[in-house]
Write a protein that binds this ligand. Structure first.
Ligand code: UDP
Length: 241
């Protein structure tokens, strides 16, 4: 189906915690399915979609390092956690009738494809949702940076960051009721004010490659498709006004 939206190809980044629902750890199948429906709705608009999912609901390298592990070893565990989330999302999307492929930055031939840039592009051209797993494949990085990297490699028109709130605020609106919400920010605003949207290397990479970052709520039903149709509530981070 041809896309009527101004976006032809986008990358959605969600944290592992977005798949946790009300749980304190791991995956909530109903939440995974709900997020799957959000992705399905955008896919049905004819927009090519790829995904990067974090692993913080299962394991974070920094937490392992804090408990005395070597940071690099702990980070590899974190990357494996993202593969678990990718497989869960693949399963949910396929049950909804959406064709998918998982590509991992750490090759694991019996579980999923290895990351191959041109193959991933071809999958999307054929209407498959591609889920990029294992982050960048390198310790000391985050899945935010992986998202900006893959969005750049795939030539995406936008990098979507699905969060718990409907945009970027001056402080956490859940704990600071008078926090200011922004409709538009420049990459430099985010970097210089140290706004907690994505980590600095992810924002810098998006800036260098002129990929706008759209921050919206992944918890509100239908929000992803609304943002892609030019409606809905989101904060856009880009070069100019
Ligand atoms: N990670 C890594 N390299 C990457 C991406 C992720 O080492 O390129 C590890 C890191 O330990 C991180 C964990 O994987 O803590 C889970 O990713 P992240 O914390 O970004 O997940 P999120 O907060 O988005 O759920």
């Amino acid at each position: 189906m041809p896309s009527t939206s101004s976006y032809q190809r986008v990358l959605l980044k969600i944290s592992g915690e977005a798949l946790m629902g009300a749980r304190e750890f791991g995956l909530d199948p109903h939440t995974v399915e709900r997020v799957g429906r959000e992705i399905q709705a955008v896919h049905e608009l004819g927009i090519q979609v790829c995904l990067v999912i974090g692993g913080g609901n299962i394991f974070r390298g920094i937490a392992g390092a804090a408990q005395g592990m070597q940071r690099a070893s702990a980070d590899y565990m974190g990357m494996l956690a993202t593969v678990i989330n990718a497989l869960a999302m693949q399963n949910a999307l396929e049950q909804l009738g959406v064709n998918t492929r998982v590509q991992s930055a750490i090759p694991m031939a019996t579980v999923c494809e290895p990351y191959i840039r041109r193959r991933a592009q071809r999958h999307m051209e054929k209407g498959r949702v591609v889920i990029f797993a294992a982050g960048t494949g390198n310790p000391f990085f985050t899945t935010d940076t992986a998202a900006a990297l893959r969005a750049s490699e795939m030539g995406c028109d936008a990098l979507l960051k699905g969060t718990k709130v409907d945009g970027v605020y001056s402080a956490d609106p859940k704990t600071t009721p008078d926090a200011v919400r922004y409709d538009h920010l420049t990459y430099l605003d985010v970097l210089s004010r140290d706004l907690k949207v994505m980590d600095a290397s992810a924002v810098s990479l998006a800036r260098e490659n002129h990929i706008p970052i759209l921050v919206f709520s992944i918890e509100k039903d239908g929000a992803f498709a609304e943002v892609m149709s030019g409606n809905g509530k989101f904060t856009i981070i880009s070069d100019g006004e």
